[in-house]
Ligand binder design. Structure first.
Ligand SMILES: NC(=O)c1ccc[n+]([C@@H]2O[C@H](COP(=O)([O-])OP(=O)(O)OC[C@H]3O[C@@H](n4cnc5c(N)ncnc54)[C@H](O)[C@@H]3O)[C@@H](O)[C@H]2O)c1
Ligand SMILES: O=C(O)[C@H](O)COP(=O)(O)O
Length: 528
């Protein structure tokens, strides 16, 4: 899959470095931040661009993505991709990428700053002095020292917040379903289940993505079992803290303070929450530092350039297979997977909901390769049927839509190889085996028939079966020549149960296979 990035549209405020890097690499850039708030115009404009760069301000909905007839890549200069319909992008084969590490420090520092400011009433004190008051008694604070901070989400930002607040003398406890207690202990965070955390925490800070399990994570139920006066910090995403429950808890004293950088709707519509004397807030400023903005602008631009040059694909959130397809070591394996998928499609009457695939990686160097080779095999398998732009990004989704079941398995062993088994209900399974040699994809076995010298896969290939006969190849060769093509390679397999496979490389595809059909058991034409 080659990206052709000629024109890129930027619809949010991004540092100049992004534009400079893209332009230096011959990419035309249009920056129009007004489009973030004008969906109608964006729907119209997007048609003219190959790439789109946004921050959190532009809602990249399914209709915008589908209107982007030449759109190939969406870049998020930042972390959260919840403003991008990633499912719609994947379905259309559009890569979504972000720059997750670029603003970690800024977001962590903002979290800590808000925690301090909330605890010592700094915004309220500033406001009162601006109003000419000297309210020393009203703004009595408390110490962070000795208090317990619960960190929900122990990823990049959560860990940075932990180390900073530990230096204030806070005890850090936390939860993350993907981080073990042992790993968490390495960051001096005591891992606990959420139910245990709530009654212990003086402060709760959330650093999770907004996904269905984290929506309203901090709810009325949590406030009911939390320590009276618990303070809440949200520099992650609006919607993780239930804003109505928070307001209610601030009003009834169950919550002693809130520090919010992000909101369910931005700008926020819950004015009573923002106006509450115990709530301090900032307009989504977590990543708004010169350093973070420079980093994310440079990173997203460089990632676009590298992807366009086919060098590497960094930061793609919906294209694991494609990321691997650009690495030198994986490239021939991805090509092999696609070719074996296409050959597998010739072994069943039609690929449908009855089709089951088993993708087996063998050899220690292939451990973990199943995840991306599955996309490659599915792309090859479905390519013939799905005309509508199937690629390594959307192949698993098309497979799911078609009811194709695909399982991966890894087996240890000294030799590295890929095995694809295709089966349909009531029919015998067929197995294909292959490996990569240098930059070539080699098929060694097809349905029990062995290619003694291996068959190098690629290009337009005619696959025919029949009993071994010295007569068959000359008649097929004559038909190819009459059909206006010529032969570039030939591989014949051993005979198994009276059948052998022949793979004939063609200079150009044939329009009609009728002349060949008369002389063989079966014939298919595939592009590998
Ligand atoms: N306010 C800002 O300007 C700003 C800046 C940067 C990032 N963010 C946001 O901060 C959040 C965290 O960013 P990050 O870079 O640390 O992400 P990350 O991916 O490094 O960490 C997120 C962690 O949350 C964990 N998690 C997922 N589901 C969970 C659940 N149900 N309970 C507990 N933990 C769960 C994940 O396992 C992961 O470890 C994201 O929502 C991001 O969009 C906001
Ligand atoms: O997820 C992120 O990276 C932050 O929320 C920053 O968003 P922003 O780029 O719109 O400031």
């Amino acid at each position: 899959m080659v990206l052709t990035l000629r024109r890129v549209l930027i619809t949010d405020e991004i540092a100049q470095q992004c534009i400079d890097i893209l332009k230096r690499n011959g990419i035309e850039v249009v920056k129009n931040t007004a489009l973030a708030k004008n969906k109608g115009q964006l729907l119209n404009e997007i048609k003219e661009f190959d790439g789109l760069v946004v921050r959190s301000g532009t809602k990249v909905s399914a209709d915008i993505i589908n209107a982007g007839s030449r759109l190939q890549i969406i870049g998020r200069a930042g972390t959260g991709v919840d403003n991008i319909d990633c499912e719609a992008a994947t379905r259309k084969g559009v890569i979504v990428m972000n720059t997750p590490g670029g603003n970690t420090m800024s977001a962590a520092e903002h979290t800590c700053a808000m925690m301090c400011a909330m605890t010592r009433h700094i915004p309220q004190g500033t406001e009162s002095m601006r109003a000419g008051r000297w309210d020393r008694k009203k703004y009595m604070g408390s110490e962070l020292y000795g208090k317990t901070l619960a960190i929900i989400g122990l990823g990049r930002i959560g860990r940075e917040v932990a180390s900073r607040m530990q230096s204030f003398g806070m005890t850090t406890i936390g939860y993350d379903p993907l981080v073990s207690a042992e790993e968490s202990a390495e960051f001096k965070i005591e891992w606990m289940e959420l139910e245990k955390i709530w009654p212990l925490a003086d402060y709760v800070t959330v650093h999770v993505p907004l996904i269905p399990p984290t929506k309203n994570l901090i709810s009325e139920k949590v406030f009911n079992i939390a320590k009276k006066g618990v303070r809440i910090i949200n520099v992650a995403r609006g919607g993780i803290v239930d804003e109505s429950a928070l307001l209610e808890a601030l009003n009834n004293g169950q919550c002693g303070g809130a520090a919010l950088d992000v909101f369910l709707e931005e700008p926020p519509t819950n004015k009573d929450l923002i106006a509450h004397p115990l709530c301090i807030s900032t307009p989504h400023l977590g990543a708004s530092t010169v350093e973070a903005q420079t980093r994310v602008a440079e990173e997203i631009a460089q990632q676009f350039v590298d992807a366009a040059e086919g060098k590497e694909l960094i930061g793609a959130v919906n294209a694991a297979a494609l990321s691997n397809a650009l690495s030198e070591a994986s490239k021939p394996w991805v090509a092999l997977g696609q070719a074996m998928g296409a050959l597998a499609s010739t072994l069943v009457p039609t690929v449908n909901g009855d089709t089951q695939l088993q993708i087996i990686t063998q050899g220690s160097s292939m451990k973990g390769a199943g995840a991306y080779l599955k996309s490659a095999v599915l792309m090859g398998l479905l390519k013939v049927q799905v005309n509508n732009g199937i690629n390594l990004v959307n192949a698993p989704m098309f497979a799911k839509d078609n009811g194709v079941q695909a399982k991966t398995e890894h087996k240890e062993g000294s030799a590295s190889q890929l095995v694809v088994i295709i089966q349909q209900n009531g029919l015998a399974p067929h197995q294909l085996t292959g490996h990569a040699a240098g930059s070539s994809a080699i098929l060694t076995e097809m349905s029990g028939c062995v290619f003694p010298n291996g068959c190098t896969l690629g290009g337009n290939v005619l696959v025919y079966t029949g009993p071994y006969s010295t007569q068959t190849f000359p008649t097929v060769a004559a038909a190819i020549s009459q059909g206006g093509s010529s032969i570039t390679s030939y591989s014949g397999s051993s005979e198994q149960k009276g059948v052998c496979y022949s793979l004939v490389g063609l200079e150009s595809p044939l329009q009609n296979l009728d002349a060949i059909k008369q002389n063989v058991n079966s014939v298919h034409q595939v592009s590998l």
